[in-house]
Design a protein around this ligand. Sequence first.
Ligand code: NAP
Length: 325
Amino acid sequence: MTASPDIRDVIILGSGPAGLTAATYAARANLKPLLIYGQQPGGQLTTTTTIENFPGFPEGIDGNELMQRFEAQAQRFGAAFLQGQVTRVEVGCCPFRLWLGEDQLSCRSLIIATGASPRMLGLPNEWDLYGRGVSVCATCDGFFYRDKEVVIVGGGDTAMEEASFLTRFARQVTVVHRRDSLRASPPLQRRARDNEKITFRWNSEIAAILGDKTGGVTGVRIRNLENAREDDLACDGLFIAIGHHPNTELFKGQLDMDKEGFLVTRNFTETNIPGVFAAGDVQDPHFRQAITAAGTGAMAALQAQRYLEELNDRQKLCARQCVQS
Ligand code: NAP
């Protein structure tokens, strides 16, 4: 049995390393995958600086360029691409159905690679000041802070990488971290600690963002977590680099998730629904690397291929077909 022409064999959600690798593998298996880009075409790597640890690029490679290469490779094998964001999903029975606004698509297997989005501090005015001094992307916005003072919050790889990057523009970069040691890997820590434009405020958090919509950010109130003392630091920008949360809102109540919302996978990339696979940061609270995301993208496509072959052998459209009304 082959699916009706309106029912795709594979739809892939997300265009980061996981989604694009899945597209290459599925296209090479002649499954004619359709990839829907999602809210951030190219994924998180498009907002980073040079990627220095992706194998095959000993000199490093720009994040945008790497993702363009991923996409060109998937395109070369015939993957189809659609701009837009899925607004609703039904995976309770098959064919699985997806909506992009009013438009509906259906598929026999689905690969979810919707990635993760930056976590925010939860301060009352952070969204009012977003784009007016508050940023989650130094690569995107660093340029606007030439000779200015900026604060960055977080102690992980992203915070250290962004702090170092910001010193290309800013006069002074202050890192505010809630503990007295960094989570970042040793080379990134070293680079930041050795940079004389970067100073650290340890055991501290941002208690308030100062400023308003008209004038933008004018400073931050920093609270020392050891003695609860607060002081105001004048600055022009606040970069938030405190990690990410998985983009799984669409699948709530349909797919198994852990307490932080990451999709739970078993047997590599299988979700609790046969025919639905998950790859990359959306199912990975541990590694969150471009290379591991790409690896799980390949696995998801291979597992989708096997799933479809088994259905074809049994002359079935899908594992659990929707009852026609
Ligand atoms: P992360 O490793 O989860 O680090 C988040 C940092 O923010 C931690 O230092 C954490 O503090 C702090 N934090 C979390 N919630 C906070 C809150 N509410 N208020 C204040 N601080 C808070 O996230 P990441 O740095 O974005 O890195 C994510 C993944 O990408 C990691 O696996 C990392 O290795 C990888 N990455 C790699 C590179 C590279 O290799 N070049 C570059 C960027 C990212 P605690 O330390 O106290 O928990």
